[in-house]
Design a protein around this ligand. Structure first.
Ligand SMILES: *Cc1c(COP(=O)(O)O)cnc(C)c1O
Length: 414
């Protein structure tokens, strides 16, 4: 096996969790004890205090007037959404299923917005009945909402999701610019605004979301300032003043070797400038950021137990009871072009003196079921607990749990 080079880039330190007596501590509980409390492996654990701390830090770094929304597709666990609903200013949902979770969590309907391509009639009816804001993404949606208003006497609250004429540069996932299924092309928005006026829907503003998982503050600043300029231009065709301006988000977290923590300072400074301009040029507008993984990703771990250890032609494999069926992104199969390792540790051997190069695989009969590819980790044995960090977003619900029929994974909020 090829030795790892000393100069290889390293993962950002995962020091958000304490270590006590060689054991990782989650929500104040040692990992072994937590596993016993949960009663099974594999599981996901999310740390309440870390969720709270993240929001506090963000509020510190961003202007007070900018509202924070949680894009709950990152992690829709009801208890976690309930915790966050008390800390953020609004929840963004992407289906009627998510809408139910947000309402059950106690989020105020006024502060819930609904985006997503292909919203169906029944979902739109639920949204109107709930009194939430619908980010319309097509001419059909406007027509459906008008018909729902005629039938029920309830006026739909709408914002227009704009597919901008620029991209969020160096994003993990681009969701605006060029030809996209999301939103309505900026060029077509004036016509759509005319339809909204004709249908007498309650127009509230604009939603722009250029992309996600970005670690370059200058790219985020650039997209936000272009989004603001675009909104100013489009506001000229709006039937009423803009009251809601969602500038997107895209704040990334470090997953792979060499990736840094996102520097919030330049983003906060640029947003302060935008907020000052908005106060003059769009005086009724509430500025909103919608963040998913940045709020929850670093507060979560995935825990799986070593079942077997074997050596194949000089390479050591740890075989775990969990794998890609629970954590597709850590296996490298959720949108990554080149597979890279997530930050991983042996959670009950955090103070180990010696490390060894190992690969950690899951129990599935496919070579894709790889959680760590030749990483330097503490010497581990069956029964030890493998921890995958940065797992609070796009884990549990973004994985094909039924694939191969293994037992289900569970989630706890600690
Ligand atoms: C997915 C999504 C988000 C959240 O993205 P993160 O990378 O998790 O922050 C926000 N807004 C919209 C419209 C999305 O589709």
């Amino acid at each position: 096996m090829k030795p790892l080079e000393r100069t290889a880039p390293r993962h950002a330190p995962m020091d958000q969790f304490a270590v006590q007596d060689g054991e990782l501590v989650v929500g104040g509980i040692g990992l072994g004890r937590l596993a016993a409390r949960v009663g099974q492996t594999p599981f996901y654990a999310y740390d309440r205090q870390l969720l709270t701390r993240r929001i506090t830090e963000l509020r510190h770094a961003l202007p007070e007037t900018v509202k924070l929304h949680y894009a709950m597709k990152a992690n829709p666990m009801p208890a976690l959404v309930g915790h966050l609903a008390r800390l953020v200013d609004g929840i963004d949902v992407a289906s009627a299923g998510e809408l139910k979770v947000a309402l059950d969590a106690g989020a105020a309907p006024r502060e819930i917005s609904f985006a997503g391509p292909g919203k169906q009639r029944a979902e739109l009816q639920q949204a109107v009945a709930a009194g939430i804001l619908v980010n319309v993404e097509s001419f059909r949606e406007v027509a459906e909402l008008a018909a729902i208003g005629d039938q029920t006497g309830c006026t739909a609250r709408v914002a227009v999701r704009v597919n901008p004429d620029f991209e969020l540069k160096s994003s993990g996932m681009k969701m605006g610019g060029g030809a996209k299924q999301f939103g309505v092309d900026a060029e077509q928005v004036p016509e759509l605004l005319g339809r909204i006026a004709d249908a007498e829907l309650a127009f509230e503003g604009f939603h722009l979301f250029a992309g996600s998982q970005n670690l370059r503050p200058e790219a985020i600043v650039d997209a936000q300032s272009k989004s603001f300029e675009l909104a100013l231009r489009l506001a000229e065709s709006a039937p009423s003043p803009v009251r809601f301006l969602n500038l997107g988000g895209g704040f990334g977290i470090p997953y792979f070797p060499g990736e840094p923590q996102l520097d919030l300072a330049p983003i906060g400074a640029a947003l302060a400038t935008i907020a000052e301009r908005a106060a003059k040029e769009l005086p009724e507008a509430q500025l909103v950021l919608e963040l998913g993984r940045y709020l929850v990703g670093e507060a979560g771990i995935y825990v799986t137990r070593v079942v077997d250890r074997k050596v194949s032609r000089g390479q050591t494999f740890l075989i775990a009871d969990g794998g890609l069926h629970h954590h597709l992104s850590a296996s490298g199969n959720f949108g990554q072009v080149i597979r890279k390792n997530y930050p991983v540790a042996i959670g009950n051997r955090m103070a180990a003196a010696s490390l060894e190069p190992v690969s950690i695989v899951g129990p599935l009969c496919t070579p894709l079921d790889l959680l760590a590819d030749r990483m330097e980790l503490a010497d581990a044995r069956p029964g030890d607990l493998v921890v995958i960090f940065q797992s609070g977003a796009y884990g549990f619900t973004a994985s094909p749990q039924a694939f191969l029929g293994h037992p289900a994974c569970i989630e706890v909020l600690v």
